[in-house]
Design a binder for this molecule. Structure first.
Ligand code: GUN
Ligand code: FE
Length: 418
């Protein structure tokens, strides 16, 4: 792959909480990786983005592709009612490949124009529709994971599988997904209430044997947690229930939410190297609560940010950065005065290098990182202050004022996709 250099105002984080910037600088890319940065014009092909913000691609650690159809609707219920009344009926429509094609085309187009370069997405229980989702994302040039969802209990008849069908469908999904390179399969038990012990056990074995990562939901909502307690009286916690089936960090694992983690669960997540997908927008919309992000970071747990569409209404990870900051302030003020708020540069780190670590080396401009790059045009941020602002302040202004604007250009592993 050819080498090139991107000219613009660079902003990134290498350590949590501290922006690095290079105004009017050059980001040098070779063989799909970051080679370095330079203040001086290098002797190579230049892509000129002068005056624009150049940031690392962001990682959305948890979202539901089929739910994008109703993003922005049905925000007046808590999780379990919301699933029954709106989510399950919509997901059932993806038994039709014609419907899935329409919905996933829009999803892939909108994800492409966002600042997200890496993702971990839920599909539905339908194997062929989820393979179609993978193909759309692969064709868009985006990279990440997508999972066929497993559901064999407490699910409506129109969105349910037998244990056997769920296992054989997952096997077929993983085999067929080997034809993709940018988008990889991930084992996706919806959550404990949706999966029998027998199914969870077999999914754990499949993950371990194939070295396949796992994603699910953990400790999101109080009624959900109570339900898990009654379904798994043998487990000391919700996290321990996943652990018993080898679904907590045996292979790389993402657990969404983790709003109500107990002390023992925090220890277990850290020990198992689990990534928590903090979803502040969804947690507000579904009245789930506010996750203890500061505490998780202090305990050494891996944390990334996520939209959890359609719990979150927007695909914008820039918006998620701002919402993570806002939610942490409310937690500090109203819930736990020891849980200090997280700052904008801290939240940016979680959305870039922090969550990006799940995918390997992405989310920073350090040498050797994948060249996942996003260019933002912040000319629309109208304020007389603008001329005096540095790149990091301009990024903050842009994220708060224009989080949903389409990005100007985007590169994944060095390849321009937009
Ligand atoms: N828990 C189980 N399924 C879901 C889902 O689709 N969205 C959210 N936010 N939580 C869940
Ligand atoms: Fe979710």
């Amino acid at each position: 792959m050819a080498a090139f250099s991107l000219h613009g105002d660079l902003v990134w984080t290498e350590e949590i909480g501290a922006f690095r910037t290079l105004e009017d600088g050059y980001l040098i890319v070779e063989d799909g990786r970051i080679k370095g940065i330079s203040k001086h014009r290098p002797d190579m092909d230049i892509i000129d983005m002068a005056g624009r913000l150049v940031i690392p691609g962001l990682s959305d650690l948890h979202l539901h592709a089929p739910q994008y159809s109703f993003a922005g609707l049905y925000m007046d219920e808590e999780l379990l009612e919301w699933l029954d009344r709106h989510t399950f009926p919509e997901e059932a429509k993806f038994s039709s490949l014609e419907y899935a094609d329409k919905a996933y085309t829009l999803f892939a187009e909108d994800l492409l124009s966002s600042a997200t370069t890496r993702f971990s997405a839920f599909g539905t229980i339908h194997v062929d529709a989820t393979l179609l989702l993978m193909r759309k994302l692969e064709e868009a040039g985006l990279s990440g994971y997508a999972g066929k969802v497993n559901m064999d209990r407490n699910s409506p008849p129109f969105l349910s599988e037998t244990e056997e069908d769920s296992v054989s469908g997952t096997r077929r999904f993983i085999d067929a997904a080997s034809s993709f390179t940018l988008v990889r399969p991930i084992i996706t038990p919806r959550f404990i209430p949706s999966c029998t012990d027998g199914l969870l056990e077999r999914l754990g074995v499949m993950a371990a044997e194939g070295g396949i990562p796992v994603q699910s939901h953990l400790d999101e909502n109080l009624s959900e947690i109570e339900w898990v307690r009654s379904l798994c009286p043998w487990a000391s916690s919700y996290a321990a229930a996943y652990d018993r089936f080898g679904l907590l960090g045996t292979t790389p694992t993402i657990m969404a939410h983790s709003v109500w983690l107990g002390d023992d669960e925090m220890d277990l997540l850290r020990k198992r190297g689990v990534f928590v997908a903090h979803s502040p927008s969804s947690n507000t919309n579904l009245s789930s609560g506010i996750a203890p992000v500061r505490k998780m970071l202090e305990r050494g747990i891996n944390v990334g940010l996520a939209t959890d569409v359609a719990g979150g209404s927007s695909l914008s990870m820039l918006r998620m950065i701002c919402e993570a900051v806002a939610a942490s302030k409310l937690r500090w003020r109203l819930i736990d005065e020891e849980d200090r708020p997280i700052s904008f540069p801290e939240a940016f780190y979680l959305a870039s290098k922090g969550g990006g670590a799940f995918f390997g080396r992405t989310g920073s401009f350090e040498p050797g990182y994948d060249a996942d790059i996003v260019v933002l045009d912040d000319c629309g941020c109208r304020t007389p202050l603008r001329a005096g602002l540095g790149p990091a302040e301009r990024l903050e202004l842009y994220a708060y004022r224009h989080p949903d604007d389409p990005v100007k250009a985007k590169f994944v592993k060095g390849r321009r996709v937009l």
